[in-house]
Ligand binder design. Structure first.
Ligand code: SD4
Length: 334
């Protein structure tokens, strides 16, 4: 079969070659002459990094690791550390906004290409919680540690205790305290909670997610970010997904797991993200005007997707040597 005919036939039979960002490397040799079954061989796009919000430095850091032959796991850990150390970002790491009592508590999780997972929840005084989550995954038989136990574990592994409340975040909290209205409304326009997914040169996928959670949350509140299947899920056979926004809504729909399972059933990352947002906004009577949720996803071929409830969600994508911030498509077009 000639290549042109093959392409015509492939799109007519729903192979969707146009939408696939992978490179077609061969076609003739995979056409069985007896059954005429066409199986395009696609070369996945790699290395690749995708991360929530405007996080160019974090993505660049991860991309450099991958370009030097590093693993997706190292890439997502090191990428997330950039945002944890960025004091200007007020929803992650040092400089994160505190809970209503003035304590900065961090949540993080990491998942590798073998399906291993580690997380820490509600940790005070430790900046690089993503690395603590990795230690939980690699050095303990457990998957989650919380609060004081997680902090003690971190210290036992050589992490330094430090004050995470910066002067700028303290000032904002003090201003909030004047009225202390407990309305955990998530800012729709901009955040820096980082969920990151990467594919390395071997084609393996890993993911990580780190946050200080909702500003002025009740002490002890934990959102989706450190919860497997909520803020993050990776299945190396299929792809990965990560979430940002109002964690309660992500958790109620097990958003990241849902996206990966939808991709397993044949949906593209974009279609899967859109359906996951649909599960939130299409609940009868759901008033989604005042909260944001955004998803990113990647599949094994390196196709990516992103979708949010409202405008202004963006993500950074490193692909084919370029690192770009891209505005996500969204549901609430009015
Ligand atoms: C949470 N999903 O704790 C996080 C918040 C977030 O940018 O994404 N903020 O619910």
């Amino acid at each position: 079969m000639k290549r042109r005919n093959f392409l015509k036939k492939a799109s007519a039979t729903g192979f969707g070659l146009v939408a696939v960002s992978s490179t077609l490397i061969s076609c003739d040799e995979v056409i069985s002459s007896e059954k005429k079954i066409v199986t395009p061989i696609l070369q996945p796009v790699r290395p690749l990094v995708i991360a929530t919000w405007n996080t160019p430095l974090a993505v660049e850091t991860a991309a450099k690791i991958l370009q030097n032959g590093g693993s997706a796991l190292d890439a997502v850990e090191q990428g997330c550390r950039v945002e944890e150390a960025n004091e200007k970002g007020q929803s992650v790491g040092k400089g994160g906004l505190p809970d209503r009592d003035g304590n900065v508590t961090l949540d993080a999780c990491i998942m590798d290409d073998k399906g291993n997972y580690g997380a820490v929840l509600g940790v005070k005084n430790i900046m690089h919680v993503i690395s603590v989550a990795r230690k939980v995954m690699e050095d303990t038989p457990h998957v989650m540690l919380v609060a004081e136990g997680a902090e003690q574990f971190a210290v036992s592994k050589g992490f330094k205790r430090e004050n995470l409340l910066t002067a700028a975040s303290k000032k904002k909290w003090e201003k909030w305290k004047v009225k202390a209205a407990y309305k955990p409304i998530i800012n729709i326009e901009n955040h820096d909670t980082i969920g990151m997914l990467a594919i390395d040169a071997k084609g393996n996928i890993s993911g990580a997610c780190t946050t200080s959670g909702l500003a002025y949350k009740l002490a002890g509140r934990v959102g989706d970010s450190p919860i497997i299947g909520g803020g993050l899920f990776v299945d190396n056979e299929i792809g990965g997904a990560s979430a940002t926004g109002l964690g309660e809504e992500v958790l109620k729909t097990v958003g990241s797991f849902l996206i990966v399972e939808l991709m397993r059933q044949g949906k593209s990352p974009q279609e899967a993200c859109e359906e996951a947002i649909g599960r939130i906004v299409n609940k009868p009577g759901k008033d989604f005007k005042n909260f944001q949720v955004g998803y990113i996803a990647v599949n094994k071929q390196g196709e990516t997707g992103a979708y949010s409830i409202h405008e202004w969600f963006s993500y950074n994508l490193f692909k084919e040597g370029e690192n770009k911030n891209i505005k996500s498509d969204y549901f609430n077009k009015k």
